[in-house]
Design a binder for this molecule. Structure first.
Ligand code: BTN
Length: 289
């Protein structure tokens, strides 16, 4: 495994204070510490996922990872940008899942669940009755929310290379970036772990807990399992059972979020009782007026 320093002026030496703890975490986890895995920490980059994809094209093995202190062109789902000031965790992992695995459950669902579990892991212990930190919820497909505000998101870029799949898994967590550093339209719906929990757990601790939570989920799906993952993810989705509106590329679907299908898709029950399965889209609760 190699912890790399800079190739251009924007890249951080690997021993820079913010980078060292993150590189240490990457070096310690089974998923990211495999033979030949490459770890890159950058002070600033356009997108960690673009850099991880370049590593993958160079042949970097599964578990290779790119982290950055800030991104200038962070990418979100559905073609959006991901505001990436310092204080967020910006991580992209190179994964090389087999085809069977990809058919079972989306890696993004595993990552969203792992990020939600990690957010709870780093919450401060309850100081008394009613003082517990808010539990992290999942908004389908893989947004992590605290008290209804988004704190983390997951983006997967899947490509094929010599007949094999390469998946660059991007995770963005607002750990401690001041909300004022986010664009106005994002700030209204966003939070940070520091704001929601009253103190920052630090980027390295969040990375550590994310990898500790993600790896067993990834291995379980690799071995052919996954039913417990659907149950755990569903249990964190308050929208299930409620009236929802789903924005699809070509139309808007309204109905009741009935549950998750066997492969993680959202099942929406229409007014006529018919079930429709949605694999990608933007879901929101429809509240009675
Ligand atoms: C979403 O829209 O919710 C997904 C956001 C994913 C952001 C992360 S930050 C690290 C990686 N690099 C990117 O450019 N995007 C992902």
């Amino acid at each position: 495994m190699s912890a790399e320093g800079g190739r251009s002026g924007a890249e951080a030496p690997a021993d820079e204070a913010w980078a060292r703890p993150l590189l240490d975490v990457l070096a310690a986890h089974p998923l990211t510490a495999g033979p030949g895995a490459r770890h890159v920490a950058l002070a600033e980059v356009d997108s960690t996922s673009a850099r991880a994809a370049a590593l993958a094209r160079e042949g970097a093995p599964e578990g290779s990872a790119v982290v950055a202190r800030a991104q200038t062109a962070g990418r979100g789902r559905l073609g959006r940008t991901w505001a990436s000031p310092p204080g967020g965790l910006y991580l992209s992992l190179v994964l090389r899942p087999d085809e069977d695995m990809l058919r079972r459950l989306p890696v993004t669902l595993l990552a969203g669940l792992a990020a939600a579990e990690a957010a709870d892991d780093v919450a401060p212990p309850a100081a008394g009755p009613g003082a517990a930190a808010p539990a992290a919820a999942l908004k389908w497909p893989n947004d992590v929310e605290l008290e209804g505000r988004k704190v983390a998101g997951v983006l997967a870029d899947l490509t094929r290379e010599a007949g094999r799949s390469v998946l660059v898994l991007g995770l963005g967590v607002n750990v401690e970036a001041p909300l004022e550093a986010l664009p106005d339209d994002v700030r209204a719906r966003a939070t940070s772990l520091a704001a929601a929990h009253g103190a920052s757990p630090g980027l390295a601790r969040v990375l550590d807990r994310f990898l500790a939570r993600f790896e067993p989920l990834y291995r379980a799906v690799q071995r052919g399992g996954g039913a417990h993952i659907l149950a755990s993810a569903s249990a964190r989705m308050p929208l299930l059972g409620r009236p929802v509106r789903v924005r699809l590329p070509d139309r808007v679907l309204e109905g009741r979020a009935a549950g998750l299908g066997a492969t993680g898709a959202l099942v929406v029950e229409g007014p006529d009782g018919a079930h429709e399965t949605v694999v990608a889209g933007e879901v929101e609760e429809v509240r009675a007026t």
